[in-house]
Design a binder for this molecule. Sequence first.
Ligand code: ATP
Length: 328
Amino acid sequence: MSNKTSLVCQRQLLQYLADGSFYSGQWLAEQLGISRTAVANYLNELKQHGLEIFSVKGRGYKLANPIQLLDANKIKKLQAADCAQILVQHITDSTNSQLLNKLQTGQPLEQGSVIIAEAQSAGRGRRGRTWYSPFGANLYFSCFWRLEQGVTAAMGLSLAIGLAVCRLLQHQYQLDARVKWPNDIYVNDRKIAGILVELSGQVAAACDVVIGIGLNIGMPEQSRQHIDQPYTDLRTESQQRVDRNRLVVALQHQVVSVLREFSRAGFASFVTEFNQHDLYANRKVLLMAKMPITGICRGVDKQGGIIIETGQSTDVYYGGELSLRAGG
Ligand code: ATP
């Protein structure tokens, strides 16, 4: 069966199962006009993409948690008239890869265009690490922007985007979100979102930027087996029901407004705000580099470099290869 048929059938099945009640395989098969085996196969594929589905003999199938599907029409209605398109995908390798691919094949993209997906099969973190992206649980969001000032102006961009996520979590859910230099967002000392900025373009000329954000909303139980550090999600932290369609529109709004500010004034205009949201502000940290450095974190400079005070000196460190950890 074609991918398109599979997509349509999976979405139809999910529309029935969305409320979290039991539905028999026979009944689902009749509604869709397909066999029970086909129902089982479609649901198995979704299971492999991290959706938690129970199947109980004699009762049928049931989602572990009710689900709200991403809906391109609803999203469009919620967007202001001047917003760039948000393209909704079902299951993709990585929303960043999809956008980069569009750029490489010369497809025209409007500033602020976004791709989101229900699941990623190859979600990426920094330096080849994996971003666990189970189906229907979170937001996997990539946004296109063109930086006229070129690649060198992009330093600090992931920090500024981190602040866009903090603003969103603060305004919509009253959460005290923090940025862990250079690319992660924490709530109550647990990771709730990660950012991956990827660039394509010349050093001197304008460069195309793809900004990926993975924001956890309702992580399934099984995530523990896939993630080797403390994490959290929006549902747990806010104790509220989260409307993903509304959230994606609000996220695009915050990200684009930060990108406009960044294009105009660079990272310098975000330094104060970053230092107010710095996860490790004035805490003892270990900077993991070729030669690890232990000291007190004193925020960032105007280019987004991390300032670390040791017993001997205070120095600024830049670069995508560095990681920061508590303690040391
Ligand atoms: P760094 O400080 O270098 O950024 P990091 O371990 O946070 O270190 P990232 O590349 O930012 O690395 O993120 C990838 C890591 O995040 C994975 O190795 C995993 O530990 C964790 N992770 C993966 N998926 C998720 C998720 N959905 N939610 C929270 N954390 C995740």
